[in-house]
Each structure stands twice: as C-alpha cells, then as structure tokens.
Design a binder for this molecule. Structure first.
Ligand code: PAF
Length: 284
C-alpha cells in the first residue's frame, strides 16, 4: 500500500492531531532517505510498538560539515517510497528546506559532553545539526516513540540525552545494527563505494571483531591498536579518525572493558567515511 507523502507541516499536524485524539500512539523513524534494510528494520520495530508510523525523509544540510558530502548524499525518494509499501506506514514526511529552516531560523540544539568525542571531534557542528533537526522532527510529528539504529551509537546517545533534557516526552528506542552477509554495517554511504572499495570495506568490522575477542581475553586496547591500525592501512583505509573503546553510557575512553563498553571505529576508504561500533564482552 502506498503511504501518503506529506510535505507540509499543517497537513502533518492535522493527521497527528486526529491520531492522538483517537488515543493512538505515534512512532517515528527519522531518516535521510536512501533506505536500506537497516532503516527497514527500524520501520518494522516501529510498526510493532506504535499504532501509527511516520517515516521522515530529509537530507539535513545542518549536519554536513562538507558541502561535497552533502551534494553527493544519495537521494532516492521514489525508490524509498516503493520500499516502504510492504510496511503500510501511515505517512512519509518529506519536508523541504524552507519548512525545516525558514528564513531567519536561528535556534541550535546542542548537547554537551557526549558530542566532544568520536564523530563529534572529527565533524565539527555535526551533532548540533543532528540534535536540532531531530528536536524539530520530534515536535513536528508529535512523536511518542522514535526509532534509531545502534549503527550510529553516539547519535543514539545524543538523541536520548536531548529527549530527556528537553522533556520531549518521546521514548527513544535503539535497534541493532543490520549487516551485509560479509559483516559490513548497512549504511546509505555504502552506495558510494567503488566495487574495489566494497570488497575491502568489511575488513574494518573483521578487525573490530578481532579486537573485541582479545579485549574479552583481558588484553588492553592500547596494546591491540598498533596491529589493528596496520591491518586497516594494508587494506587501503587511508586514515583512521578513531578506533577506540568507550563506555556505553557516557562514552568515556577505556583501555579495558571494565564497565559496559563498545568498540567504535571511523575510517576513510577510497573517499568514503565508514563508521561502525560493536558490543564488547564485559570483563568480570
Ligand atoms: O541518522 C540519520 O539518518 C540522521 O542523522 C537523522 C537522525 C535522520 C537526522 O538527520
């Protein structure tokens, strides 16, 4: 069933008001389009938890710190709507730039601390852009629940924090990363990989799995890093933004998983920035 594509805020508000008046809950899946099975797993989770489901598609200029990256970001609205047909979502919200950021827009939502590290340290302004647009999407859609992938774990923690700090009344639900058969985390950016780079891309996840196993045996991240870096460089990864063990809750840096932790990586392969993170066994 083709879901209605809603482009205007008054139209969206009329729908969500009617749903809330009928006592129905609204689940939102915010996306930038170029939908893959990772996004579709979020839609399935939303369908199982909420009475009404809205998928939002907006390529948010405020979270790109590189104009070329923004220009190259895949835009596949028609194909996205087709992929959503089997889920019978209630609306696909596709606002334009003026609806999101009208003339004179001058408010930024900024989450301190959590955004100083990992992608926040390498992409200045990125999380302000994410936090601002997500806050707007939550209020525009009157969301009760919102679904985000653990693939962007730092983003998930930032969104949880802002929803709590700003009393937005939205339950933020984290969903597991969906991977290709060779371990590569699904991402819209994978479409930008050349055939050659696509073959090399899963090596990052392979390296991470090796580190997680060694950490589970009691080895230290600082001892494991040099060999992991070498392996990535040998596999044509040009630069590593980070390969770090961090605590799940406040993202503080760890050398051993002495509290619930994840291993985070971001590296550049043939002009594409790949990110991933995995769970690490807790040392008893
Ligand atoms: O994860 C994404 O696709 C984006 O960062 C989001 C959450 C849709 C905000 O633009």
């Amino acid at each position: 069933m083709t879901a209605p594509i809603v482009r205007s805020l008054p139209e969206l508000r009329a729908m969500t008001k009617a749903w809330h008046m009928a006592g129905e809950t609204i689940g939102v899946v915010p996306t930038m389009g170029a939908l893959h099975d990772g996004h579709l797993s979020l839609v399935a989770a939303a369908k199982s938890r909420a009475d009404r489901v809205i998928v939002t598609i907006f390529v948010n200029p405020k979270q790109f710190n590189n104009p070329e990256d923004l220009a190259n970001y895949p835009r596949t609205e028609h194909e996205d709507a087709r992929k959503l047909e089997r889920f019978a979502v209630d609306a696909i919200y596709v606002p334009d730039g003026d609806t999101m950021y009208p003339q004179g827009f001058s408010t930024t939502v900024s989450v301190d601390g959590l955004t100083d590290v990992l992608c926040g340290a390498h992409r200045p302004g990125h999380f302000d852009g994410v936090a601002t647009v997500v806050t707007k999407l939550f209020t525009q859609t009157s969301a009760d629940l919102a679904f985000f992938g653990e693939k962007d774990f730092q983003q998930l923690q930032v969104v949880r924090r802002l929803a709590r700090d700003l009393d937005l009344g939205v339950e933020v639900v984290g969903c597991p990363t969906i991977r290709e058969i060779d371990g590569l985390a699904m991402s819209s950016r994978n479409l930008l990989l050349s055939d050659r780079a696509r073959v090399k891309a899963p090596i990052m996840h392979e390296v991470m799995e090796g580190i997680a196993e060694a950490l589970g045996r009691g080895e230290a991240m600082s001892d494991l890093y040099p060999a992991a870096e070498k392996r990535l460089m040998n596999a044509d990864f040009l630069s590593i933004d980070y390969l770090e063990l961090r605590a799940c809750d406040d993202l503080s840096l760890l050398d051993r998983p002495t509290r619930p932790a994840r291993l985070f990586a971001a590296a550049h392969l043939a002009g594409v920035r790949l990110i991933d993170n995995i769970d690490v066994p807790l040392l008893s």
